[in-house]
Design a protein around this ligand. Structure first.
Ligand code: NAP
Length: 304
């Protein structure tokens, strides 16, 4: 338990991996916090009620948000505007609204347009897995991970503090950042790697002279690590790329230029250039381990 909860009633709209993990983690963190959930999908609502991570699973979005002090949208970013419009008429006057979208500028603009007069504190927990749905969530998902808040300048400081305290109670480290800067940073650390994984797995499955069974059989050569990322939710990632278009295109342009340089080094037998880059990238991996964002177990701790 993390002491007194920053809110006594919260509502979570979207009960998939992230929404259900928030509910589970909040339930573990604070006894005095009531979580009401809602999901557009009736089977998801039924499963959430069965799993019991919310005190109540509401059949309508209006019922879910009534009396909530904090409303968190945990839906694909493309659904933000529709859900924000649906919650608007039922929101308590001083309710704080947040989201968990993997891109920030687009969803924040949609929230601001649909909810004038409400305090909006957008958030992005930089934590997740390739799985989705209410069964995929778990309470420790955010522990030791970063949660980036991207409030507009001038947002009520007390509201930002309460949302930060909420995420800290779930075990996250908090960073506050401008939404556009967030989108640029995440374009390179998350969105581009997903795009590359989707491409490599797509390329391998399109090859005619290498059979699918060979791709699967020899996947431990590196391919299978890309397949984990490329198994991520198709709807969620479609929306991320459409919503963070500019930043992703900018990073993709830089990536293409760097790839061309590597292509040139291989073509001209420039081993020094290859070795220099690979030495630099190995040090990046070490920094990630040193900062506690991954552990040092070889092969991601897989049992052999
Ligand atoms: P998820 O497991 O697919 O859950 C999303 C849930 O939202 C689904 O049950 C979906 O129902 C529901 N939903 C869709 N439209 C809705 C609507 N209009 N009203 C109510 N519910 C709706 O996805 P997730 O991984 O939790 O992702 C949710 C958000 O978290 C996304 O914005 C994503 O960018 C962000 N995020 C994800 C990760 C990650 O690693 N997965 C990490 C950080 C942030 P249906 O399945 O029926 O559509």
């Amino acid at each position: 338990m993390s002491g007194a909860p920053p809110f006594s009633r919260i509502a979570i709209i979207g009960l998939g991996l992230i929404g259900s993990s928030i509910a589970r983690a909040a339930g573990q963190a604070w006894e005095g916090l009531t979580v009401t959930g809602h999901d557009a999908s009736a089977p998801v609502r039924a499963r959430a009620a069965e799993l019991g991570f919310c005190a109540h699973v509401a059949d309508t979005v209006e019922e879910a948000v009534r009396d909530a002090e904090l409303v968190i949208l945990a839906v694909p970013v493309g659904a933000t505007a529709d859900v924000a419009c649906a919650v608007a008429p039922a929101l308590a006057k001083d309710a704080i609204v947040s989201d968990v979208g993997s891109s920030k500028a687009g969803p924040a603009a949609a929230l601001a347009e649909a909810l004038p007069g409400h305090v909006i504190v957008p958030a992005h927990p930089v934590a997740g897995t390739e799985r989705s749905g209410p069964d995929a969530g778990f309470a420790s998902l955010f522990r030791g991970r970063w949660c980036i808040l991207t409030p507009e300048a001038g947002t009520d400081a007390a509201a930002i503090e309460k949302v930060a305290a909420f995420w800290a109670g779930l075990g996250a480290n908090i960073e506050i950042m401008d939404a556009r800067h967030h989108d640029l940073v995440l374009a390179v650390t998350s969105h581009l790697p997903h795009l590359i994984a989707y491409t490599i797995v797509g390329t391998a499955s399109d090859l005619e002279e290498v059979t699918e069974s060979e791709v699967i059989k020899y996947s431990a050569g590196g391919f299978r690590d890309f397949t984990r990322i490329a198994a991520s939710d198709p709807v969620m990632w479609r929306d991320v790329f459409l919503s963070n278009r500019e930043a992703v295109l900018e990073m993709l342009q830089r990536f293409s230029e760097d790839l061309s340089q590597l292509q040139r080094a291989i073509r001209w037998g420039d081993g020094d250039a290859l070795q220099a880059l690979f030495t630099r990238t190995r040090a990046v991996r070490q920094s990630i381990v040193d900062s506690g964002q991954d552990d040092a177990a070889p092969d991601f701790g897989r049992r052999h």
